[in-house]
Ligand binder design. Sequence first.
Ligand code: BJW
Ligand code: ZN
Length: 255
Amino acid sequence: MDKTLQRSIDDAAQQVAAAESVAALTGAGVSAESGIPTFRDCGGLWEDFRVQDVATPEAFQRNPRLVWKFYNARRTNLADVRPNPAHFALAEWATLVSDFHVITQNVDRLHHAAGSRHVIELHGDLWSVRCDRCCEVFDRTRESLAEMPECDRCGRLVRPNVVWFGEELATDVWAAASAAARRCECMLVVGTSAVVHPAAGLASMARDAGADVVEINLEETPARSIANLSLYGPAGVLLPQLVARVRAIRFGDAS
Ligand code: BJW
Ligand code: ZN
């Protein structure tokens, strides 16, 4: 690894190692090295689909078959996907401090699969479905769904249990995320373009409450303007190194 980057990782570790309360705001870039396409990068999902055709409530009303085609394909891809070193590094960090929350925009459940326990899913998840008539969420993990899946209880067409543009985040989920952001002494902003709100606003919320903000991304994002430190490179490379340094500083070894 480039010496300057290594020094930046060391500096970041020195700055945040003492934090007992840490929150990681994650986005699609964290799962990119597991083989899941991001949204806005070259080759990302929004290159082949228009947001307004597949990720709004109006799109689902207009053409539920197309929306389900989009989500069923993503569920199928997800079936063979495993967490990568970035997910595992965040799960490991949680073992080093007393309060660690992953606040994720991702719907792939890979933080859970890596062993993270306090995961706040801002935008729902791909595995469950929701009936708007019964107001029920049904777990359909790893099941292959019909083209137009129906509610077990009332027979109505169900929808993916995700948050689309123009929809509010669940109140309890947002309350938990904003509390974690205000409480943390260090917030890692990892693999997100930081353009989708209200999720992106959590970084400023943490900063305004006094936290150190560390941005980890392949490239500069709007989070840079509020970050104390920015590390540019693959999350699956940088996060394991950062965690190893934090561990070494806190416990005097790198094991
Ligand atoms: C790597 C890497 C590697 C790659 N290592 N890095 C304030 C201002 C402006 C607009 C709004 C605002 N407040 C609300 C809005 C409207 C809207 C919004 O934000 N629009 C902006 C885009 C303009 N927000 C909403 O509508 C939200 N609801 C809401 O605000 O409710 C209140 C309300 C209701 C009614 C009226 C008005 C207000 C809801 C947002 C829901 C977003 N939903 C989606 C789909 C979820 C389901 C699904 O998966 O299909 O969530 S959209 C999509 O974007 C998905 C993601 O979670 C989200 C964020 O994307 P993310 O994770 O950042 O991915 P990318 O692709 O953008 O970036 C990847 C990054 O990784 C890049 O930076 C790469 O460089 C990096 N990377 N490989 C490290 N290996
Ligand atoms: Zn129902």
